[in-house]
Design a protein around this ligand. Structure first.
Ligand SMILES: CCCCCCCCCCCCCCCC(=O)SCCNC(=O)CCNC(=O)[C@H](O)C(C)(C)COP(=O)(O)OP(=O)(O)OC[C@H]1O[C@@H](n2cnc3c(N)ncnc32)[C@H](O)[C@@H]1OP(=O)(O)O
Length: 133
């Protein structure tokens, strides 16, 4: 799993208990998953379809740094399924794991659009491929 994104926990990210607000973390995860899927499917009209069980196993407090990891587990017809793990860099604890986040690429009418992708593509390879043709 690649942990591309780090977040620094600020006062506005806290709940009344003084720990990381769960809704804020879910927003960050959704955004991270959307960006990952948009890039992989090469479709900016990509939406969140399904998120499996969310288990808050640990938390973070003000000043902690957390990192968000995303990994593709399945390329479907119009969908891509991702796994996610968030961990606390300071305590080394796993904060959250999500087995399945299903993102679906849409067409201009809002219908599921087949993407034709079967594996992860890296931008540098796309650039190399386009130079070959
Ligand atoms: C120029 C660049 C600009 C870039 C700019 C960047 C901006 C970056 C900002 C990011 C910002 C964050 C962005 C967050 C993303 C939202 O917040 S999205 C908002 C929340 N989500 C929604 O509103 C989606 C609402 N749902 C829908 O519109 C419809 O359900 C959908 C998605 C069109 C799918 O419709 P459907 O009838 O279920 O379609 P169907 O063909 O049956 O299924 C499509 C796929 O979904 C799968 N699926 C359907 N139901 C389920 C289910 N219950 N469970 C699992 N999978 C399912 C199917 O298996 C199928 O997969 P494939 O076999 O095609 O691989």
């Amino acid at each position: 799993m690649n942990f591309h994104t780090r977040k620094w926990i600020k006062p506005e990210d806290l709940n009344p208990n003084g720990t990381l607000f769960g809704g804020r973390l879910l927003e960050w995860i959704d955004e991270e998953a959307a960006l990952y899927a948009i890039i992989q499917l090469e479709n900016p009209r990509t939406v969140t379809k399904y998120i499996s069980e969310i288990d808050f196993r640990a938390s973070a407090k003000k000043g902690d740094i957390i990192e968000i990891g995303i990994e593709p587990t399945k390329f479907g017809t119009a969908s891509i399924t991702l796994a996610c793990e968030v961990r606390n860099k300071m305590t080394r604890e796993v904060i959250i794991t999500i087995d399945r986040i299903v993102m679906v690429g849409l067409d201009e009418h809002g219908k599921a659009k087949p993407h034709g992708k079967t594996e992860i593509e890296y931008v540098k390879n796309r650039i190399a491929d386009s130079n070959e043709s």
